[in-house]
Design a protein around this ligand. Sequence first.
Ligand code: GTP
Ligand code: MG
Length: 348
Amino acid sequence: MKIGLVGFPGCGKTTVFNALTGLDADTGYGTAKPGTKNLGVVRVPDDRVDQLTALYSPKKTTYAEITFCDIAGGTGSRELDRSVLNSMREMDALCQVLRAFDNPAAAEVADPDRELQDLQIETVLADLEIVERRVDRLRKDRSDPQLLKLLERILEHLESEQPLRSLDLDTNERKAVSGYQFLSLKPLLIVLNVAEDAVAAEPPAALTAAAEAAGSGLVVLSAAVEMDIAQMPEEDRAEFYEELGLGEPASHRFVRSAFQLLQLITMLTAGPDECRAWPVRAGSKAPVAAGKIHSDIERGFIRAEVTRWDDLVEHGSEAQCRELGKLRVEGRDYTVQDGDVCHFRFNV
Ligand SMILES: Nc1nc2c(ncn2[C@@H]2O[C@H](COP(=O)(O)OP(=O)(O)OP(=O)(O)O)[C@@H](O)[C@H]2O)c(=O)[nH]1
Ligand SMILES: [Mg+2]
């Protein structure tokens, strides 16, 4: 699963990227070539995995991971380069960084509301271009009236300058258009990148409302602060956080929001060999979730023995949970829930 960090030049994408990954990619105001990409894999912090690890002392602990891709904004302050738009299409979700700190190198003062608007317009126009071409073709050759009808609905929505995120599309309709990789349909998380002294302040109400209207999450952080901390030795970080009056790195909150953005939940497995978080698409049935571990388990699925992670931590073992009636036996129709610790029985 890949999330693209996007936004206008100098908004702080690479700084956010460094903060998330602990890497040291080049930052600077609009210095990167448009479409240049930095890739990094980030572990999703998960207290449940930590507590299960404390319980089992396993040989190995594995967290869920997300790949972040920092896509350089280019040179224009209001328009995105075509190569940037093309790179954005390859992403499963987008995270727009908004500059809310003043930068002497920038020609304009910070205007996060405008940046949000501008990117929305850019993505809507890019999608419109694709749909217009496709609708023209389908009107001529009449090969697929059903798809034409759907695309005409999408066209109308885009023409009213609304992102496709706000159009009501059912699962089948989404599937029918998934090949087009519409930018304004991709899940969007907004990061308000504020100055160092504003990290504890509430985001402006107008922006909170705009994010909500656009169906997007909103995270406030100061990328510069987060990057400095990510590059510190681990043992010094906690103290620094306390001084700032922050409970944990904002990047942790951010990564968890990003994970939710992908419409994933976490299934857990726990034992003396390994404690592990498995990202599973929300709504997955037990056999499909089991297939994440191994295709044999999906194929030969018999049943799932499910304990809630906090019950397991509280009572100390599966055996104890079984005794107390806290271990459920579920069949192939069971929908796996976030925080389920699963043990699958299978036969191949
Ligand atoms: N004061 C302050 N400066 C920041 C913050 N975040 C980024 N900067 C600075 O802003 C400049 C641009 O940051 P980058 O992360 O390189 O911006 P970018 O979005 O990657 O820019 P392009 O790759 O050119 O599109 C750098 O000089 C950063 O040090 C912040 O939270 N506070
Ligand atoms: Mg950059």
